[in-house]
Design a binder for this molecule. Structure first.
Ligand code: MG
Length: 337
């Protein structure tokens, strides 16, 4: 289709047919009826529980019109995938509800769909329905994602116990450093390869789906959360849900080479950025000390480093230690309101 077309020139059904229908994938199990009926028909085996999550992206709040729509499509699906990963589930199906101004270029929606298709391919999830509406307001994109996990096996935030060891996957803070580059907060000399790495970590999160599923398989995780609001805020959610506290140690924190260079001598303000920045989409989980010897095999199996960063305590609150000295931090992460 020509690139000067808008969504109003193809209409709702044209848009679905042209952009979204091929996101329906025929290789995903459990789809009795996907796009094209009044509702999707989905099958969940009796041995599994259904997981459901939803996330909304609003133009002007979560993205700008000049953002790359392909990256937006990837990220919109991946933030939902990360929530299913945190529960240890296998992602399966999603619904897409999108409100578009009639003047939105068709090419914008095509690119968005390509980003969704790439994430759907990588994480094996199918679009099974949704809704398309015209709006006089900003673009609004809501994805609801469904996954499955063995009966009674989902990893909850509320299972952390005193003495549990706290683990973090991947590396901390790359995404917020990418965002700071993108928005011009951080300028100045930095190796191009490092900048590209940080930007990629911000716009192209890689949900830890395989890790979540491996933690369920091995039955080792007592609690888990994905790091979306910032490590301190999300660890705080686990502690609040479990009625416990935590000590974490900065010298143990897994950092990329780029983040380590940016951190330099590691003053408190810079640590605060890494600990509260958010959008890491890594998994934070706790295990009992008896399960420690299983962690290296899981890390190897899923190809993601897993680092012990602290311990769950009976005393409530999250305490951050910098080489044995307490680090006082005021702001504990992203707040939605
Ligand atoms: Mg989450």
């Amino acid at each position: 289709m020509a690139n000067d077309k808008t969504v109003s020139s193809v209409g709702e059904f044209g848009l679905i047919e042209h952009c979204f229908k091929n996101l329906g994938r025929s290789d995903i199990p459990g789809v009795g009826r996907g796009i094209g009926d009044d509702a999707a028909v989905l099958f969940v085996p009796r041995t599994q529980d259904l997981l459901a999550t939803s996330d909304t992206l609003v133009e002007g709040v979560h993205f700008t019109r000049d953002a790359d729509p392909r990256q937006l499509g990837w990220k919109a699906l991946c933030v939902n995938l990360s929530d299913i990963a945190a529960m240890g589930g296998e992602p399966r199906w999603y619904l897409l509800s999108i409100s578009l101004p009639p003047t939105t270029p068709l090419a914008w929606v095509e690119q968005l769909a390509l980003g969704l298709a790439a994430a759907g391919e990588r994480y094996r999830v199918a679009l099974v329905g949704g809704n398309t509406t015209a709006t006089t307001g900003p673009i609004v994109l809501t994805i609801s994602l469904f996954g499955v996990v063995g009966n009674g096996r989902p990893i909850l935030r509320s299972g952390a116990e005193e003495g549990n060891r706290i683990f973090l996957s991947g590396t901390l803070g790359d995404s917020v450093l990418g965002l700071r580059r993108l928005t011009g907060v951080d300028r100045g000399a930095c190796e191009k390869g490092m900048v590209d790495f940080l930007l990629d970590r911000h716009v192209r999160p890689m949900p830890r789906t395989e890790l979540g599923m491996a933690l369920v398989d091995a039955a080792v995780a007592r609690s888990a959360v994905d790091v979306s609001d910032g490590l301190l805020a999300d660890l705080g959610h686990v502690c609040a849900a479990s009625g416990v506290g935590a000590d974490i140690h900065l010298e143990k924190m897994p950092l990329s080479l780029a983040a380590r260079q940016w951190l330099g001598d590691g003053d408190g303000d810079r640590w605060r950025v890494l600990l509260t920045g958010g959008e890491d989409y890594e998994l934070l989980f706790t295990i009992s000390p008896g399960a420690l010897d299983q962690i290296p095999a899981i890390a190897e199996k899923v190809g993601v480093p897993l680092t012990e960063i602290g311990v769950i305590t009976r005393e409530k609150g999250v305490r951050v230690w910098n080489s044995g000295k307490p680090l006082v931090l005021s702001d504990a992460g992203f707040k939605h309101f």
